[in-house]
Design a protein around this ligand. Structure first.
Ligand code: ATP
Ligand code: MN
Length: 428
């Protein structure tokens, strides 16, 4: 059994012509033409044409498409239009056969619906459209980490198993923790705030959990959140950071992922900065003008956001929400205490991120908890850290999966998550 290979297909160069290589990959296509067989071999980096002749061809036997093979051969020039080189095979070893027919066609000649593809996700990954989405996601993560490090943020990992229902309690999954009730974290909110005490600027990229019974293209029960929290910053400062993080992601993938953009048939265009900034008050006015019955202080419904999204296509910030619509840790505006130092980043109707300036005074926090019907006693572990020199701080959480849908131009988060979890999907 051959395990190794000398090159990935994309590494074949003119200097290798006449030289022997060992390739490893999957049979994407195989065409027998009597004395000759043409194989299209795919590995993670690309496709190559393999020519099989003579005795090797006579003894080739049946090889199903998508079987994994090791091929030793000589690199040569090709007349084929679709390939830069071809390899004349000297040895072919079938490492593992693929069944026929396969449950989904990875070439995408026969389109499968999303449920069928998700049920066979590993095989779906040989579809270049799917693989490209996840290569793009990899590059997005790389760009995010690069930008955060440049801006002097420190990467942290907060616990996902928590002992109390941190932010109010709805939507939490609970579990048995050696006889005690525990929960899956719905966000790193309290921990990331605490970390500003010693690390000042922190970021986290992790999965979080929400037991919301939503059946939409933008909600999952397990999603990846990109979070930051920064000491000595106001909400407008972290809005600037969010804007540049997004612009950098677009620049990075539009430059580094040309092949992937071709495969998904979608060109990634860098949005123009600065993003428009509109207030909640302005939104209410726009909605009234559109004939909606909505009053200041009411939360914006999906139908409202669809109208606002039509008026403001693309990225924009929706800021200065009423205090009463915001969680207990959000700080008010100095000039109007009914308004908060908060924002959402929208892409049209779609919310991508929420953030704001936090309260950093424990007495004010306690009062706000009570106002919202929460018990400060449940927050002792958190509140005590505010007596140890808590700096003023601001932050945001950005949904990676939602950002990916915008980037690749597909409006279902299930397409950009490997094994999505929703109320109807726990397996595979
Ligand atoms: P929504 O109102 O759209 O349900 P939210 O306001 O409850 O979102 P936040 O608590 O503000 O969400 O979380 C910050 C970000 O995390 C959201 O803007 C979104 O991008 C992402 N997010 C939150 N919940 C989910 C989810 N269930 N699935 C995917 N992404 C999510
Ligand atoms: Mn939100």
């Amino acid at each position: 059994m051959t395990f190794g290979k000398t090159h990935d297909i994309a590494e074949l160069t003119t200097e290798l012509i006449g030289k022997q290589v060992v390739l490893g990959g999957w049979i994407e296509d195989i065409r027998k033409l009597g004395k000759m067989t043409f194989i299209t071999l795919r590995d993670v980096s690309g496709i190559s044409q393999i020519i099989v002749k003579g005795e090797l061809n006579d003894n080739l036997g049946e090889i199903n498409r998508q079987s994994v093979v090791s091929i030793k051969g000589i690199v040569q020039e090709t007349k084929a239009r679709d390939f830069a080189f071809e390899v004349k095979a000297e040895e072919i070893e079938v490492l593992a056969k693929a069944i026929h027919p396969l449950p989904v066609d990875p070439i995408g000649r026969v389109e499968s619906n999303i449920d069928t593809r998700l049920n066979h996700r590993a095989l779906d990954m040989r579809n270049q459209k799917t693989a490209s989405i996840f290569k793009l996601r990899h590059h997005v993560l790389q760009s995010l980490r690069k930008t955060f490090v440049e801006k002097k943020f420190i990467e942290i990992t907060t616990p996902k198993i928590i002992g109390s229902a941190s932010e109010g309690g709805a939507d939490l999954f609970s579990l048995d923790y050696f006889g005690e009730k525990a929960y899956l974290a719905q966000s790193p909110q309290l921990y990331k705030e605490q970390m500003t005490i010693g690390l000042e600027r922190v970021f986290e990229i992790s999965n979080f959990y929400r037991a919301e019974n939503s059946h939409t293209g933008r909600h999952l029960t397990e999603f990846t959140s990109i979070d930051i929290e920064a000491a000595f910053m106001d909400y407008t400062d972290v809005m600037d950071i969010l804007e540049s993080v997004i612009i950098e992601v677009y620049k990075f993938v539009s430059e580094n992922c040309k092949k992937e953009q071709e495969a998904i048939e979608h060109t990634i265009e860098v949005p123009t900065a600065p993003f428009e900034r509109i207030t909640y008050k302005q939104c209410i006015e726009e909605l009234k003008q559109a004939g909606e019955k909505v009053e200041f202080g009411e939360d914006l419904l999906d139908s409202h956001l669809r109208i606002i999204g039509k008026n403001h296509p693309g990225f924009f910030f929706l800021m200065d929400w009423p205090m009463k619509l915001k969680p207990f840790y959000i700080r008010e505006k100095d000039e109007d205490a009914t308004l908060s130092r908060s924002f959402d980043l929208q892409f049209g109707y779609l919310e991508l991120s929420s953030g704001g300036t936090r309260l950093h005074d424990s007495e004010l926090l306690k009062a706000r908890l009570k106002e919202q019907g929460l018990d400060p006693a449940q927050f002792t572990d958190h509140l005590k850290t505010f007596d140890w020199g808590m700096p003023p701080h601001s932050g945001w959480g950005l949904g990676l999966d939602r950002l990916m849908t915008i980037l690749v131009g597909i409006d279902n988060v299930r397409e950009v998550v490997l094994y999505p979890r929703d109320p109807d999907r726990l397996r595979p």
